[in-house]
Each structure stands twice: as structure tokens, then as C-alpha cells.
Design a protein around this ligand. Structure first.
Ligand code: SF4
Length: 463
């Protein structure tokens, strides 16, 4: 999780970055921050705070961020903790000048690198992977910022998109596997914006230019792309995260060549083909399953109804850090519509099933509201493995599908029937051009090496 944005070559850089973060709020709600650099004065500034973008960066803080270059970050808290010390951007001064860095993803050799750096005398102020990258840049023997960047990034394993400013220069980089998205847009008022999702371009009326491709390190100055270099590692089959399409990205985002809404509708239609259900109505678990439910309804011919209303004033339950918070929030978050549900055989479409606790509570609510039957259909395969590439998932033991059969899960959830989209069915929907994807949380096929685990170290899950 986490979302990142950068603006180069625009006098309103920080405000545009703020709007970008605003549209990426679904990627994290724990903290937000922006660092700015003024090419005219050589001054840098940073503001960061816990909370939603609008709370963390009020006008009086935004007004302090002056300059034509800015990077911003929204943080989703993981095992690293939600403390302000883990909020980004990281800002340091080193021999190359002012440096600010934001990172989205998860390094699979972060602890090995951290141990090595500690042994060499490095001091760490946070527990996030991103600080490791800053140390690697600062300690590089490379002469230029370009070489320092290439040197540092070449040592990383796992998933990362990073935006780094060194003085007036912006570097945008994506790991060779391309796990997380990063796109470049052109601003109508001049300059470039780089962001996790295209929805962050739309909000500032930026025109999509291109993706940062897997393994690319792009140098931008004054709103112009100056240079594109490639990291030495070549990966034959890129591994963009298919779960971004299933759940995380915003429906209006264009990702991996597909509009997320269209991809989710296709998942829903395929799910209807593979897992038909005897229902009077189809409802979604709002909002992330809306598109898939519409697709299911289209293909099955069963009418789509609004049977659950979501209260938008609480966070997304999957990304709430503690179990205690989650159980509480399920009841706060959804309300069943009795008039729609009463006496009906209800096909409930959800995007995925992770722990199962939310779905179990929902099923109970639907029955209490009068549903005569509840048939749960999931627009993705069983999640059996944790993610080590930047999506915070529970441990393997906490994943409901890790060691239970579909029938055991059905019984636990208390539904009349349960059906998942198949892995092949999912990929069929989003591989018109022969695209390849990471599917490790469904299949256990981890492509980027899990170095820390191989070395007997704990795997972190930070961005
Ligand atoms: S393991 Fe799953 S969530 Fe993680 S990157 Fe791969 S597909 Fe995405």
C-alpha cells in the first residue's frame, strides 16, 4: 500500500502534490507528508503528520511548502508502526545536497541491508525500508547523483517505486519486476507529475504521458525528462500486482493497460460463468466490489440491487492495523437495506476474502435483515499466501484459505454456497496483450527472491 506523488517544474508543486495525495487517499490513511524544494532559493521544506491528507496538511502547513519541486506520500501503517517517525517523505542533507525520498512497496532484503549498514555505523531514525534506501544513496561511492541512485537501487530486492529529489532533480524509479504502479503525466500549467495511479493525474488535469517501466530510473529536471536509465537486472516476465486490479486501485484508474472498473467487471462476468448461483438479486460489498457485482449481474441476468450501504466516514476495514479495530468497524461500516433483502435469495459479490471476519459479520447482518439465502461469490481466487511485495496481508495462519477447503470456509462464514474465481479465469480477463502478473498471494509463486527469509531474518512489510 502507500501512495506517492511528485511534481517537477511547476510553481504550485506542493499544492498539486497535495491534490494528488488526496486522490490516492484510498492507498493509506495513517499519515501524509510533502517535501518541497525551491530551485530559485535552494531551500527545502517538509511537512508531515499522522492522519488523512486533509487533516495532516492543513492550509497553514501547505503554505510553508514553497518551490517548484515536491514529493508527497500517504502512508498505510504496517508492522513498522504508525508513529510519525515512520511517516514520509524522509528528508536529509548529504554531500549531494538536499535529499527527499518517498517509497511505495516492500524490500525483501531490507533487514539484511539494515544489518550491514548498522555494522558499518549507520544510525537509523525509523523502522521503514525507505530509510535503508536513503543510507545506500548517501554512502554510495558514485560521483554523481545519477550514479549514487543506480548504485543504491541496484542493491535492492523486492518491490519498490521510489521518488527521490536531490536538489532540483527528481528521480523516479520502479523495480525490475514492476510490482507497484508508477505513471507520468504532463501538467497543463507546465511541468510533470509522477504518481502511483492515474487518478492522481486526473485530479490536476494532467495528461497521461507514460508508465515508468519496470527497471527504469528516470531523471527529471524543471519538468522535463532528461534521461532514462535501466537497472542492470533484466526480468523476462514483469510481475505487476494483480491485486491492484482486484482491490486496491481506484476504479477510475488506468492500470497495466486496463481501466480498473472494466477489469473488475470482466472478473465479475467470468465469475458468473464459472460460479453460477441461484439468486433473486445480486448485491455488492461496497465499494470495492461494485464493478465486479455489476459484471456478475450483466452475465447472469440476475438484477443488481443496492442491498448494503456503506458508511464512508470510517476507513477501509482490510487496511485497519489491528484486529480489534476491524471487528468494531464492520458494524460501523455497512448497513443492510431490509426492503431490498427481505425474503430474497441474495448473491453477494465481494472482491476477495482475506481473513473472513468481515464477510462472516456481513452474512450475519444480511440474514438478520431477512435474506432467505446468501450465496457468496468472490471475484478473485482464494488468498492462501502472504504478500511480501508491499501489500500488508495477515500472516499465513490468519488467512482463512491457507489451510481450509472451500466447504470449510463456507461453513465458517455461514453462507448457503461459496464460489471463487479461478486463477486462470482471473488472468484471462486481463491478459489481452499477453501480460504477466504477480499472483503470489494466490499461488505461492514468489518471483522476487525473499532474501531476508532465506537469510533467516524476519520479513518486513513496510512502505
Ligand atoms: S503477492 Fe498478491 S498482493 Fe502481493 S504483489 Fe503479488 S499479487 Fe500483489
Amino acid at each position: 500500500m502507500c501512495g506517492i506523488v511528485a511534481v517537477s517544474g511547476n510553481a504550485e508543486a506542493a499544492r498539486l502534490a497535495y491534490l494528488g495525495l488526496y486522490s490516492l487517499q484510498h492507498r493509506g490513511q495513517e499519515a501524509a507528508g510533502i517535501a518541497a524544494f525551491d530551485s530559485a532559493t535552494g531551500e527545502s521544506s517538509r511537512e508531515r503528520e499522522a492522519g488523512l491528507v486533509s487533516d495532516a496538511l492543513p492550509e497553514e502547513r501547505l503554505a510553508k511548502l514553497r518551490g517548484d519541486l515536491a514529493v508527497g506520500h500517504i502512508r498505510y501503517s504496517t508492522a513498522g508502526g504508525a508513529g510519525l517517525k515512520n511517516a514520509q517523505p524522509i528528508r536529509e542533507r548529504y554531500r549531494g545536497g538536499h535529499l527527499a525520498l518517498v517509497h511505495n512497496g516492500n524490500l525483501t532484503n531490507a533487514n539484511l541491508l539494515r544489518e550491514r549498514l548498522l555494522n558499518e555505523g549507520a544510525l537509523f531514525q525509523s523502522s521503514i525500508d525507505s530509510e535503508v534506501i536513503v543510507h545506500l544513496i548517501a554512502r554510495s561511492r558514485g560521483e554523481s547523483a545519477d550514479d549514487q541512485m543506480m548504485d543504491a537501487l541496484s542493491q535492492l530486492e523486492g518491490a519498490y517505486c521510489v521518488l527521490v529529489t536531490v536538489g532540483d532533480t527528481l528521480f523516479a524509479a520502479r523495480d525490475p519486476y514492476g510490482y507497484r504502479p508508477l505513471v507520468i503525466g504532463s501538467l497543463p500549467t507546465g511541468g510533470l507529475v509522477v504518481a502511483s495511479e492515474t487518478c492522481a493525474l486526473d485530479i490536476v488535469h494532467a495528461r497521461y504521458v507514460r508508465d515508468v517501466e519496470p527497471g527504469e530510473v528516470i531523471r527529471i529536471r524543471g519538468g522535463e525528462i532528461e534521461q532514462v536509465r535501466r537497472l542492470p537486472r533484466f526480468v523476462a516476465e514483469p510481475q505487476p500486482c494483480v491485486f491492484e486490479l482486484v482491490y486496491f486501485a481506484r476504479p477510475d484508474t488506468r492500470l497495466w493497460g486496463y481501466t480498473v472498473d472494466r477489469a473488475r467487471r470482466a472478473f465479475g462476468r467470468k465469475l458468473a460463468d464459472e460460479q453460477p448461483a441461484p439468486g433473486d438479486i445480486v448485491i455488492s460489498v461496497p465499494d470495492s466490489a461494485n464493478s465486479a457485482a455489476v459484471g456478475y449481474s450483466e452475465r447472469s441476468g440476475i438484477p443488481f440491487e443496492l442491498g448494503l450501504i456503506r458508511n464512508h466516514y470510517v476507513g477501509r476495514t482490510f487496511i485497519t492495523p489491528t484486529q480489534v479495530g476491524r471487528d468494531f468497524k464492520v458494524r460501523m461500516k455497512f448497513s443492510p437495506v431490509r426492503e431490498v433483502l427481505e425474503g430474497k435469495r441474495v448473491v453477494v459479490v465481494d472482491d476477495s476474502l482475506v481473513r473472513g471476519t468481515t464477510s462472516r459479520a456481513l452474512v450475519h447482518m444480511l440474514r438478520e435483515a431477512g435474506a432467505s439465502e446468501v450465496h457468496l461469490r468472490l471475484a478473485s481466487p482464494p488468498v492462501r499466501w502472504p504478500c511480501f511485495y508491499g501489500i500488508d496481508m495477515p500472516t499465513r495462519e490468519e488467512l482463512i484459505a491457507s489451510d481450509r477447503s472451500v466447504e470449510e470456509i463456507r461453513a465458517y462464514l455461514g453462507v448457503d454456497s461459496l464460489g471463487y474465481l479461478s486463477p486462470d479465469g482471473m488472468i484471462d480477463c486481463v491478459s489481452d496483450g499477453g501480460e504477466t502478473y504477480c499472483t503470489a498471494c494466490f499461488t505461492g509463486d514468489y518471483r522476487a527472491p525473499l532474501v531476508d527469509a532465506q537469510e533467516g531474518l524476519a520479513m518486513t512489510s513496510h512502505c
